[in-house]
Structure formats: C-alpha cells, structure tokens
Design a protein around this ligand. Structure first.
Ligand code: CP
Length: 310
C-alpha cells in the first residue's frame, strides 16, 4: 500500500519514522523538478494561507519558506516579533490564536525558546512548521542537508557523517543527528570538549575532540557556525584558536578523503569554521544545500497542508 502522510505539523525529526523522512525526501525530489522548469509554479496550495512568523532573525530559512509558498501558489503573510503585539505584552499563544482565527492554514514559526512550536501546535488546529526553536530543532534544515547528502552519495545508510563545531548550541546538529541515525548513517560529532558533550554517546553518536581523527573516514563533513549570540561563557580561548584546531582550510583539508563533501547550514563565519578556498572550492555543496532547501520546504508545506482539517 502506498505510504500516507498523516501529520498536520512538522516539529522535529525525533518524532518521525524513517519512512516518513524518506517520503519527505522523495516528495522533495519531485518538487525539485518544478524549480528546474521554465514555469516554476504549481497550484498545490492555491486557496491556502500561510503565515511566516519569525521571532528570531533568519535569512535562508525565511526566504526559502516564502519562496516555497509562492511556488506552491499559497497566499502569504509575513510577521516579525518586532512589529507584532508581542511587543505590547500579548502572549505567544494569544498572538497565534488570533492568527488562526483569520482562517490561516499553516503557521511557519522560528522562535528562540526551545519547544515554542510544540506548545502552539498543541493549541492550534492549523498546521505548524518549525523553522528553528532555540538550540532544540531545525527539522527542515536537517532534511535539506540529508536530501543533499542522498543526492550526492546515493543513500544515507552506512555513510560516515561528521558534524564539526558548536554542537552544544546547535539545533541543526540535533536535527541532523536524529535524521541521520534513523536512516542508518554513522554519526560523529567533533569540536572542543566544551562544545561537544559526551552525552551524545548514549544515543549512538561518536564524540571526538581531535580534528584529524574526526574527519579521517568521513564521507561528509558538516561544519557548524560558532554561535557567538548563544555563548554565555568562554567555551574556547579565542576564535583564532578555534580556527587553528578545528577549522577546515587548505592545511587541514588534506586530512579528508578525496570524495568527502563539505556542508555548512550558513551563515558562514569565513576563516573560522572554514576558509574561503574550502567554502567556495570543489568539495563544497553549501549552495546546493540552499537550492535543495526550497524543494524540501515545498514538500513539507504540501504534505502538512494536506492534513489540516478545516
Ligand atoms: N541555516 C539557517 O537556518 O539560516 P538562517 O538563520 O539564515 O535562516
């Protein structure tokens, strides 16, 4: 029997079965073909309304969702916290309940508080898509990362994927870890001991604090941004020291296998996580990730919108 998508929300990859992740990826592959056509638009969400509610800054995710909604022919409203009544003390729940009262079908939300989207999804009949919640989850980023790996490497099962950098503060790392483990990859997290907690070992992730060892057998190295804004303590002595011991540049690139690809969710700190030669070099699939994000978000919006009961 053909697989049937049944969720009105996409909150985290932790919640999903492997076949659900694969179904999103397969649906995204179909939507990618739409973006390669002369006419890049389909009527899949015609008559549906989507509110993009970003309570935290974003470039890639916000633009990508907005474009995905346009390509699906949805009606769109963009809201930011600074210009909403949250500023006047309205609660988040009251704000989103008011949005829902306008017969909105989907809310795409980014919020700095982990769990904010799970909380509103429990109170709304419209669909909720998590566009990143604090250091908890960023499911569409992980899906686009996994889509890009699958496109480049053929499948995920058995691949060695190293996630390098600020794991402690990273929703991208957490979502990638859940998605990749569910699809059978071997996952290593690496970086300074202060940013790569040993706790990840309990879920089957290898934890490594030596760059050379961490990347030696990697098929994929996904570099994460040093998140200055989330760091409340000095997790390493200096940015220069981080770049020296954990940056990928023309010196350290030689530790990688010849066919190892380099990923980064953006925004990049050039000459910190990676040098420009690597970011813009032949191993880099960073802009492919961005392109694939559009197809993945079209797929997610299409699937969840189909499960909103009105
Ligand atoms: N990768 C990512 O989430 O980037 P933005 O913060 O620009 O959306």
């Amino acid at each position: 029997m053909e697989f049937q998508w049944t969720r009105k929300d996409l909150l985290s990859l932790y919640d999903l079965e492997p076949r659900e992740i694969e179904f999103i990826l397969d649906t995204a592959a179909e939507f990618k073909k739409v973006s390669q056509r002369n006419v890049k638009k389909v009527p899949a969400l015609r008559g549906k309304t989507v509110v993009n509610f970003f309570v935290e800054p974003s470039t890639r995710t916000r633009v990508s969702f907005e474009l995905a909604e346009q390509r699906l022919s949805a009606d769109i409203v963009n809201m930011s916290a600074g210009t909403s009544s949250l500023k006047k003390g309205e609660t988040l729940l009251d704000t989103v309940k008011n949005i829902e009262a306008l017969q909105v079908d989907l809310v795409v939300m980014r919020h700095s508080a982990p769990g904010a989207q799970d909380f509103i999804a429990r109170h709304l009949t419209c669909g909720v898509v998590n566009a990143g919640d604090g250091a908890h989850a960023h499911p569409t980023q992980a899906l686009l990362d996994i889509f890009t790996i699958r496109e480049r490497k053929g499948s995920i099962k058995g691949l060695n994927v190293t996630i390098l950098g600020d794991i402690l503060h990273s929703r991208v790392a957490r979502s990638n870890i859940w998605g990749l483990l569910k699809l059978g990859a071997n996952v290593t997290v690496a970086g300074p001991a202060t940013l790569t907690p040993r706790e990840f070992e309990s879920i089957g992730v290898r934890v490594c604090h030596d760059l050379r060892e961490a990347v030696a057998d990697a098929d994929v190295v996904n570099l994460l941004r040093i998140q200055h804004e989330r760091q409340t303590a000095g997790f390493f002595p200096s940015i220069g020291e981080y770049a020296k011991f954990f940056g990928i540049n023309s010196d350290t690139e030689k530790y990688l296998k010849p066919d190892c690809i380099i990923m980064h969710p953006g925004p990049i700190n050039r000459d910190v996580e990676l040098s420009s030669e690597v970011a813009d070099g032949p191993r880099s699939v960073i802009l492919e990730q961005v392109t694939n994000g559009l197809a993945v978000r079209m797929a997610v919006l299409f699937l969840v919108a189909g499960c909103v009961k009105r």
